[in-house]
Design a protein around this ligand. Structure first.
Ligand code: FEO
Ligand code: CA
Ligand code: CA
Ligand code: CA
Length: 607
């Protein structure tokens, strides 16, 4: 049992101040370590990172780049060993390859190294003594260690779109098997112990959209794939290593990305799957909760300015227990169900002027409806088949008038209260030009700092088709009147900007990590109570080095460890491996890495 400190629940740590230091800072009484970093050997026979000689084959056996989502899953009953699962969202070639002068100049080996640095990793961890510190297992069979890469890993498509004409290609005429996963951002752990991962900005990997058939162009454009030029600016030029990234030759390849991926880390040889029943968009992630009825419900965001919030309700009910039959059954839960998009109603619509000033009823709040888009093979969107709704889900959301949000990132149910929290990261275009103006849920024009939505399903039923919502936090410098922290004394609140990932400790406290702090300091991790008198008392727990965003975060079930992924340290305009903006964590050049934080006295994190 944890020693010392207060009971779980109260967040009593002393907040750390905003800073721009090239290190990870944690509160007094805490420590941290780097668990694993880009390029570390994790599979048998792997080479050490050698930035002058990276190839696809070498990188395929090393920890990938730009760790984002993290899960730490128990591997034994005593809490001594665990599996770390990490997403690798994208690559910064300028920070990976010496002498980088542009994507055109990369060798094909380097392109293949970048492809292999995308995907996911599974790494065995062990606890250090009786502390909250975890380290990588360095010896022994490590039979769960795994790399999933864009270069070579085969994924099965499930659900209504699998096998359809939209996903058939020359290499896969049956439309059922995809090589690789792209831009895996956030994710979630399912109640049955698997990991979900969102394929987010997959558009950036494709060229040749100018040459696709005219009728496809509006669909590509809606997904951010340019159809105006053969090579979009900043193009990664992956088609030099793998022709399928040229849409002029293989237009359907783009439709094979933008899905929610499910991986079973406990079965290292299992084939990961892309679940088409959950729709196709720039998936930030997906988080599942079991409804009272036993159906499972996945909450999801489409991270683009003016895009939508979604939920999926399974057809089948979850089977409890660890039996082989239950496991097999639960692995099918995300293969069939109903997909909804959110439409919000407002209580103070007439008072919203884009300034972020609180309305006279004292709250940004309202009700809302989940609009049914598709259920199994049945479409509820006029003019679109079920397969089209799932493949071009953004167009379906447009057609039913879903509410345009300020970039929905993580959407996650609080396991203690069942309320759902949405990180809306920012929206510089809100109310600008002909773009949608501020509304009560997105109450600031040119929104630089983002906000948090709290959503409560009617009757506490996750399968409900109606809900209520409010904004507990409107982010920014608390001295700025256009911020809100649930009415808490703002002089005691930490400044926060650009919320991205959310997580909960076992007491239901809300932890928020940030990406792109528009207040000028480094990004970090924050925590606040969301119930009781401390609701809105947001405090900064950790900061990451310059140029990095804070991802993960993951609080272990025993509340003794917080993991964060430090993504793209040193990603600063003009920086390179020779001219680094950060040299974290090793003092030579910047490496994305996973950090574990624990309390020196062994007590509960945060308390
Ligand atoms: Fe990859 Fe929406 O952050
Ligand atoms: Ca109101
Ligand atoms: Ca994110
Ligand atoms: Ca982000």
């Amino acid at each position: 049992a944890p020693r010392g400190g207060r009971p779980a629940g109260a967040l009593s740590f002393k907040p750390i101040p905003p800073n721009t230091l090239d290190t990870v800072i944690v509160p007094n009484g805490y420590d941290h370590c780097v668990v694993v970093r880009w390029g570390e050997p994790i599979l048998p026979g792997a080479a050490q990172l050698d930035v002058r000689n990276q190839t696809g084959e070498r990188q395929s056996r090393q920890f990938g780049y730009n760790n984002d989502f993290l899960a730490v899953l128990p591997l034994d009953k005593r809490g001594r060993s665990a599996l770390l699962v990490a997403n690798h969202e994208y690559t910064n070639e300028e920070l990976m390859f010496p002498g980088f002068t542009g994507h055109d100049a990369l060798t094909v080996d380097q392109v293949r190294a970048a492809m292999a640095a995308h995907g996911m990793s599974v790494v065995e961890l062990e606890r250090v003594d009786d502390t909250g510190q975890w380290v990588v297992v360095r010896k022994g069979p490590r039979r769960y260690n795994r790399r999933i890469t864009t270069l070579a890993t085969r994924f099965a498509l499930t659900g209504p779109v699998a096998g359809s004409t939209w996903v058939r290609t020359a290499a896969d005429p049956r439309g059922r098997t995809v090589i690789g996963t792209l831009n895996n951002c956030a994710g979630g752990v399912t109640p049955w112990g698997t990991v979900l991962s969102g394929e987010e900005n997959f558009n950036q990997y494709f060229v040749g959209g100018d040459a696709v058939p005219a009728e496809l162009k509006p669909k590509f454009e809606r997904y951010g794939i340019t159809t105006k030029a053969r090579y979009p600016s900043g193009s990664r030029k992956w088609e030099r290593a793998d022709e399928r990234f040229d849409l002029a030759k293989h237009p359907n390849e783009a439709h094979r990305f933008g899905w929610i991926v499910e991986v079973d880390p406990y079965e290292p040889d299992s084939r990961p799957r892309k679940h088409t029943a959950l729709g196709r968009f720039k998936h930030e992630g997906a988080n599942v909760i079991v409804a009272k009825s036993g159906h499972v419900v996945a909450y999801m965001g489409d991270d683009e300015r003016f895009d939508y919030l979604y939920k999926f309700v399974s057809d089948k009910k979850m089977m409890k227990g660890d039996s082989a039959a239950a496991r097999r059954h639960n692995l099918t839960l995300l293969e069939s169900g109903t997909l909804y998009v959110a439409k919000l109603g407002f209580t103070s619509a007439g008072e919203i002027d884009g300034s972020g000033r609180l309305p006279s009823d004292g709250a940004f709040n309202g009700t809302g409806r989940w609009i049914k888009l598709v259920s199994g093979d049945r479409s509820y969107v006029p003019g679109m088949t079920a397969v089209e709704v799932l493949t071009f889900t953004r167009l379906a959301g447009d057609a039913v008038g879903a509410t345009k949000m300020d970039r929905p990132e993580d959407v996650e149910p609080n396991p203690v209260t069942g309320k759902i929290y949405v990180a809306l990261t920012n929206n510089s275009n809100r109310g600008v030009g002909s773009n949608a103006p501020a509304d009560e849920a997105n109450p600031r024009n040119a929104n630089k700092h983002g906000q948090i939505v709290e959503l409560t399903e009617d009757g506490g039923d996750h399968t409900a088709e109606s809900f209520s919502w409010s904004l507990p936090i409107v982010c920014g410098d608390p001295a700025d009147p256009a911020t809100y922290f649930a009415g808490y004394d703002k002089s005691r609140v930490s400044p926060i900007s650009c919320p991205d990932n959310v997580a909960f400790d076992s007491s239901g406290n809300l932890w928020i990590s940030t990406d792109g702090n528009a207040l000028g300091s480094n990004d970090g991790l924050f925590a606040t109570a969301v119930e009781g008198p401390e609701r809105g008392h947001l405090k900064q727990f950790l900061t990451v080095p310059p140029g990095a965003e804070t991802c993960g975060p993951f609080i272990t079930a025993d509340d003794r460890s917080v993991f964060v992924a430090v993504q793209h340290p040193g990603e600063v305009s003009g920086a390179s491996i020779e001219k680094p903006a950060s040299t974290w964590p090793d003092g030579d050049f910047a490496k994305p890495a996973v950090v574990c934080t624990w309390r020196l006295d062994g007590g509960h994190i945060g308390s």
